[in-house]
Design a protein around this ligand. Sequence first.
Ligand code: RIB
Ligand code: CA
Length: 346
Amino acid sequence: MPQQIFLDVDTGIDDSLAVLYLLASPEARITGIAATAGNVPAAQVAANTLAILDLGGAPPIEVALGAAEPLAIPLRTTEDTHGPQGLGYAELPVSARPLSARTAAELWVEKVRAAPGEVIGLCTGPLTNLALALRLEPALPRLLRRLVVMGGAFNHPGNTTPTNEWNIHVDPEAAKEVFDAFSAAPADRRPLVCALDITETIEMRPAHLEALARAAGSAPIEPVGPGHHPGWRSAASDPVIRYLTDAVRFYFDFHQLYDLGYLAHMHDPFAAAVALDPALAVTRPATVDVELTGTLTRATTVADWAGMWGREPNADIVIGTDPAVFFDRLVTRVGALARRLSQEPA
Ligand code: RIB
Ligand code: CA
């Protein structure tokens, strides 16, 4: 039986690869998607997500619009990281798929109540709408089969301030409500946390894009590099490869601009791969809390690994993985999806 995944995204470039990875994975069935404001505003997240579902040949999947703002502070977006629309240099046709009439929080609750103990929640954006869902249904931690969160930084520098990571930075109050809500969760229901400590080891490079193009049977193979003019666009024959090349190249340019190298950290598809196969990750339990009042450290995730606070662990933090295994799965699965879609009658 496929694993039911409820996805909460702020689509963005790497979020879109997480969606494609799940669509390309036969063991996954996306039961619903929450569009959360983060990389770009919620309405743009929803439009991007619907367009990616079209690109990936998805069946009908309910996508619900999330809150316009975080719980307690104004929304901050990051178009400089993900591009003006959130998909890098890529531009996709506007989808005809309808948005849900429900809110993202209502969709979270409805989908999890409908399949108690079966749904894996996967959050690759700020936790605003999961926090709102927990306010609607405090039993969510027990009703979910598992929660996987891409977010936070522990023994690792932040990517938004010196100590905090983007998804938590956008809505730290929501993140605290989520980690507090899972404080009473049994050990096998503790959130699996993919923080920057591990996701910044998942370094996509141009060779991975070329491998995806080969796996898809796309032509020509387009070796991208830092010398490409921003106005250059892929002429790949395969539409998924064309999209990935134009989207990820923006991410390569961004990482290069910040002296991280001509590469792209694939935070969200890695979290998706862990959601489908936790054996990809070595984890260590900890008690996680979120700083809300620090002058310099607000929105920092803090892990008590040794029980100094006297509180039970509320998270399993990913501390190890083999990035090559992940990239092999990404290339094999998304490449096969692209090839399959291009062979289907128009
Ligand atoms: O810090 C990385 C995370 O923030 C990723 O999920 C990226 O998409 C952004 O949402
Ligand atoms: Ca994201």
